[in-house]
Design a protein around this ligand. Structure first.
Ligand code: OTD
Ligand code: ZN
Ligand code: ZN
Length: 342
């Protein structure tokens, strides 16, 4: 039987939600990953050190007995975040980054920053204490086409930001375009996370045979040339590119709706999805470093030592997994996978 043994990976971009939803999704992540960078877009968001400490405790309490998982916390940047909060966060040891959402960019981002230049005092402090900045890199101006929002963000905001704060360590999250790949390749002190959906699907998948809300996420899937550029970056062996699922659970009915929520749920089968993407370009030998080495190296944390095994075998992704209310539809539900984690 064909098998693939890897150092246990980490998820460098993850939405766990809270309450019953947290309890339902966390076991899936714990099964595959040792650590996760936990997104702060709760309602209301995780904006202060006490918020992050309390959320971390709720996550720890939801870990299934006998298993281990380390939540790496983030703070949600707002127009009103103060430099002292950054210093406290850095000192805490468990807050590993600060997350920037442009106001209105994605789920629960209405508290986000209205003008990135308003945060320069914060970026100055983050640069000083070396706390990474995680970017949802899209502009939200209604006059910018949804497929161009990442490129326009890079040109208008990221390039000037990196000129103002060259030493600030930045992660451009869930990149979706060849423009983002090019930018990351040519800039310093920057990394990027890549999701399974952006490596496996292009925007046609949203409209194949009708409208497919479970393939709707933000940033939205792009055209095939971009997907190929992402896959090339992920499998290149360049340590700037690493794994971040962006698993973002919403109930089935809130996705299958006249105004459906954005987000793909992939925590159930994330590693298998990445394995399939890497295998499609004969690059399975590059999966371990992407999934397990480059993330901790960027965050200056030790690599994991435990191992996990994937086996080549066919199985069907369930149509539904238990969650609150109407349940959760995993990415590519009902279809076959060719790798399975033991
Ligand atoms: N994108 N959905 C969500 C977050 C991400 O931008 C993201 O990180 C979510 O539901 O929290 C989504 O489509
Ligand atoms: Zn985002
Ligand atoms: Zn996300």
């Amino acid at each position: 039987m064909e098998q693939l043994t890897l150092t246990r990976p980490d998820d460098w971009h993850l939405h766990l939600r809270d309450g019953e939803a947290l309890k339902a999704v966390l076991p899936h992540t714990v099964r595959q990953f040792a650590r996760g960078i936990i997104m702060p877009n709760l309602k209301p968001p995780v904006r202060s050190l006490p918020d992050a400490a309390a959320y971390r405790d709720r996550i720890l309490a939801a870990i299934p007995p006998g298993q281990t998982f380390e939540p790496l916390m983030t703070l949600y940047l707002t127009d009103n975040t103060r430099p002292e909060e950054i210093l406290k966060a850095k000192d805490s040891g468990f807050v590993k980054a600060v997350k920037y959402y442009p106001s209105g960019a994605t789920t629960n981002s209405e508290f986000g920053v209205t003008d990135i230049r308003k945060c320069d005092r914060i970026f100055e402090t983050m640069q000083q204490v070396d706390l990474p900045l995680l970017l949802h890199g899209e502009v939200t101006d209604p006059d910018v086409d949804i497929f161009d929002r990442e490129k326009v963000f890079i040109d208008r905001h990221l390039i000037p930001l990196k000129q103002r704060f060259p030493q600030l360590r930045v992660v451009l999250e869930h990149i979706t375009t060849s423009d983002a790949v090019e930018y990351v390749l040519n800039a310093d002190n920057i990394g990027a996370t890549l999701t399974p959906q952006h490596l496996l699907f292009n925007r046609n998948r949203i409209f194949q045979g009708g409208i497919n809300p479970h393939f709707y996420c933000l940033p939205i899937l792009k055209r095939e040339t971009h997907r190929q550029a992402l896959l090339k970056a992920a499998t290149s062996g360049n340590p700037k590119f690493f794994l971040g699922t962006d698993s973002a659970p919403h109930t089935r009915t809130s996705k299958e709706s006249a105004c459906g929520c954005a987000g793909c749920f992939s925590a159930l089968h994330a590693l298998e999805l990445y394995a399939e993407a890497f295998e499609s370009v004969n690059a399975l030998d590059k999966l371990e470093a992407f999934a397990s080495f480059y993330g901790p190296d960027f965050y200056q944390l030790p690599r994991n030592t435990e191992q996990i095994t994937l086996t080549k075998t066919t199985w069907r992704i369930p149509d539904r997994v238990p969650f609150t209310e109407s349940g959760l539809v995993p990415l590519r539900a009902g279809q076959e996978m060719t790798w399975k984690m033991a």
